[in-house]
Ligand binder design. Sequence first.
Ligand code: ATP
Length: 338
Amino acid sequence: MADVALRNISKRFGTVAAVRELSLSVNDGEFMVLLGPSGAGKTTTLRLITGLETPDSGSVMIDGRDVTLAPPGARDIAFVFQQYSLYPHLTVYDNLAFPLRSPARRISEPIIKKRVEQTAELLHIASKLNNRATRLSGGEMQRVAIGRALVRDPSIYLMDEPLSSLDAKLRAELRLELKRIQLELGATILYVTHDQVEAMTMASRIGVIKDGELLQLGKPREIYESPSSSYVASRLGTPQINFLPARLLSDVPLPPGTETVGIRTEHLRLAARNGGPMVGRVHRVEHLGEQNHVHLDYKGEMLVTLADPHQPLHAGQEVELDLVQPLCFDGAGQRLPA
Ligand code: ATP
C-alpha cells in the first residue's frame, strides 16, 4: 500500500471555505477516520485527494510523489461512496470484475476470476456471485460496492460514509468486517463519517474536523480522554459529555481560568446523601436494559450519568454527586491542563 499526505490544503467554493490549511498524513497500512458534522469539509477533502477537485493552495502527496495536479486516473486510488453505485443489470461477479476489465489494464480472464472470487470470499458474498445486483439486500449491495474497490488493489482506499445508508444492525456487522479486511490486507484507508461509533471502533487514528479545519488528530482513546477543546470532547461519547459552568463548582479545586467543566457520564457517580457538597435531584431515569441513564438537575443545569439498573433511583430523589477527572476548559473552549 502507500501513504498519503496533505500539506496545507485549502479549498473555497465562492464564499465558503470548505477546507482550510489542512495538513495530515495517513501512514501506510493505517485506518484513519475523519470525523465531523455535515458541511465540515470531509467529502471535499477526499475529492481533493482523488483529484476530482483541485486545491486553491497546498499539495497532495502519494507515496512521496506530488500529485496535486495529476489527473484522477493517474493516482491509483479507490473510492467507496455512501450510495452503492452498482450496475443493476449486471451480476455480482460482473460488478466485481468491472474495474479489472478496462482495456488499459489488460488483465486476463482467469486472473480476473481469481481476484473476484478472493474478494467475494473476503466479503462473505461468494454464494451471491451469480445474482443480479438488484436482487441483493442493502448490506450485500454495500459489500459489493466495497468489493469493487478491493479487487483493484489500489494504493489507498477513500471511503465516504459507506455504511450510513444501512440499518443499525448491518452497520455494526460491516464495521467489524471492514476492520477485519483492512487488517488482513494491510490496507491504507481514509474513511470519513459523522458517526462517532464508527470512528472509535475502526480508526487507528481519528481526525476531528469542523468548518474545514482539523481540530485534533490522535488515537481514539487519546481523543476521548484528552480532547483539546470542549468541541472535540462533545463529539465523542454517548450520552454526550456534560458541561457545567465552573462557577457552580465552587467546592471543587479547578485550574485558574476554568470557565467550563466537562464531565463524562462515567465520571459522575451518584450516592445517597451523606453531607457532601454537591447535591442534585433526579429528574428522570431511562432504563436501557444493561444500564440506566439518569438525568439530574444540579443548580438548574441538566446532567446525565450512568447507573447500575439495580441502584434504586426515582424521580425527585436527592442524590450526592461525586466527580472524577473533570475536564477543564477556558472561555474559548480550549482545554486547560489539570
Ligand atoms: P456531509 O457530511 O454533509 O457530506 P462534508 O463534511 O462532507 O458534509 P463537504 O461536502 O466537504 O462537507 O462540504 C463542505 C462545505 O463546502 C459545505 O459548506 C458545502 O456546502 C460546500 N461545498 C462542497 N462542495 C461544493 C460545491 N461544489 N460548490 C459549492 N459549495 C460546495
